[in-house]
Each structure stands twice: as C-alpha cells, then as structure tokens.
Design a protein around this ligand. Structure first.
Ligand SMILES: C[C@@H](O)[C@H](N)C(=O)O
Ligand SMILES: C[C@@H](O)[C@H](N)C(=O)O
Lengths: 168, 168
C-alpha cells in the first residue's frame, strides 16, 4: 500500500493554551471543555499525553484563534479552583504546520522524513498530533516559513504543481 | 456552519509506547521515528505535549500494533543513550475510541459532549488527539465498550442506521 502526500498546510492565526497540572481522573476534560464551549470558543487541536505516575497529573493543551485567547483564559481561570488544575500557559506566537495525505499509518518513513525536515531547518517541535491523514506540529511562529520550505523539499513537493506525491 | 457526526470508531488492536523524558531540542523526534521506521514498524497516533519549562523535557507517545511492541521497545532501547531519553513505558492494555465527523472545529460543544460521555461512563481519558474530522482518545481496554456505548447515546447515534447526525 502506498502513502499519498497531498501537501503541506500552515497556519499562523492560532494561539495555544496549556492547562497545567490537571488531575488525571474522569470528568476533568469534560469540565474544561464545557467551560470553553460555554464561552463559545472555537477549538482546533487538543493534545493530552499520559499523566506522570508519580503525580497523577497531566497537561491538556489546545489551540484556538488568537483573538479568543483572553476569553478562554478568563473562562478557565474562573473554574480553576473547581477543576483543580495548577496553572494556565497562554502562548500566542505559535505556528502550526501539517503534512496532509493518506495512508501514512503504514509508512513510518513518512513521519521520520517530516520530523527530519524540521530538524534540518533547526526548527524545534513543540507539540505533535497525528492521524492517518494528517501529521501536525506546533512550532515557533518565526520558524513557520522555514519549516514549510524544508518539508516541501524533503517530500519533493512543489507549490506550483497540485499533484500529490506518492510515497513508498 | 453545522458539524456532522458520522460515527464512532474503536480499536483494541493497539499498544502504546511512551518515550519519557525526551530532550526538547531539534532533531530528537526525527531520531526516534527514524529508529522506528528502520525497524519497519507501523505507527498510528503520535502525541507530544509541550515540555516542562523547568526541565526542558517532554514525553512522546505513540500507538502501534500490539504484536510490534517488543520490536519497537528493543529498537528504542538500543538508541536510548544516543537520543538521551530517560525511560520507556510500554502499555498493551489500551483501547482507542474516536468520534469521526466534519466541521467539529467550530463546534466546541462536540468535544465537550464527547468528553462528558466518557465521564458519564466513568472512563478515564489517558490521551487526547484531535483534528477537525476526528476526536481520538486512549482509554483502558476494559473501558472501551462502555465508552463506545456512552458516546453513541450522547450523540443520538445508533449502530443500526448509517446516517450521520447533524450537530448545531
Ligand atoms: C486529564 C483528563 O483527560 C482526565 N483523565 C479525564 O478523563 O477527564
Ligand atoms: C521533543 C522533540 O519533538 C523535539 N522538540 C524535536 O524537535 O525533535
């Protein structure tokens, strides 16, 4: 089975919020995102990795339009005590870059090549979230253009042609 | 704009590996996933959240077929010193459940409802990764069927009809 690489998407319109030190027990994610929904804030990526065994705490990060950052942090601060998280981080100088394609699950070389392209451009990868059709990373906003160029080069993609690249 | 909820996918065939205490600097993700690619291991989800400011370390988790777990941990152990991560966690009793749809980004109520369904079933959410068309969580394998049932109920989905539910 071949992987298809359709192209590279990038976005500099988003900010990131990290809810730090979230108790890892049922109901907490629900409370956080109900608060966000009640404030009518649109969410793009949500990322949560496993909690630390020692603390029973984890972090939940999500991205959203920059203009909605203040509303989101205000809404979350109001429920901090009730939910029990330690702190909030707000970051509005991120860029998001994604490799868009299909069948990428059975081609581990695709993610290796994607991450190598970022390394080649000396771009630090701050967050990763992937699916079979989309590999997305968060980087510094200032690194976004270099990241996009490097990924285009690594996969032989060219802005001017709209054909997908077959990999594998 | 309305969100479309197409259905719920679930998967109990995967295991999870967490590379713990990964230095947060360019090139590290590339090295980890080149190791995995060289071992010809298929990867599904990759999740990385932001590093701790105090330590400069983060974790990278990924899921893969259970049968490939040993090969993956062996391959990573061989490069532990070179890459510099602290430890590896291997977990083969996970379940993955996903809400599949479209336009979910502009409907924060969708993720709130999804997470609330899991909370309602007393299912702990161990990892989260989302896109506009798919919200995926990792839970205990033993909780998978309860999670799926609860999500069906929360969204008014019915296994017997194949129509998508419109939300919003
Ligand atoms: C951390 C958060 O996801 C929690 N485990 C929950 O289920 O809500
Ligand atoms: C942690 C890892 O993603 C690292 N920041 C890298 O860029 O490779």
């Amino acid at each position: 089975e071949q992987a298809i690489i359709a192209g590279v998407a990038h976005d500099r319109s988003e900010a990131k919020i990290t809810v730090v030190g979230v108790p890892d027990r049922p109901g907490v994610a629900a409370a956080i995102f109900q608060t966000i929904a009640d404030a009518q804030i649109n969410i793009d990526m949500i990322v949560q990795n496993v909690s630390a065994a020692a603390t029973g705490l984890t972090d939940i990060s999500f991205t959203l339009p920059k203009a909605e950052g203040k509303d989101a942090t205000n809404a979350l601060q109001r429920v901090q005590k009730e939910i029990g998280f330690q702190s909030l981080l707000f970051d509005d100088t991120i860029g998001k870059v994604s490799l868009v394609g299909a069948g990428m699950r059975s081609h581990p070389g695709v993610s290796a090549t994607f991450f190598a392209a970022l390394a080649e451009a000396n771009v630090n990868i701050e967050m990763i979230t992937t699916s079979e059709i989309r590999l997305s990373v968060v980087v510094r906003e200032k690194d976004l253009d270099n990241a996009v160029r490097s990924i285009h080069t690594a996969f032989g993609l060219d802005d001017s042609n709209n054909e997908a690249v077959v990999y594998g």
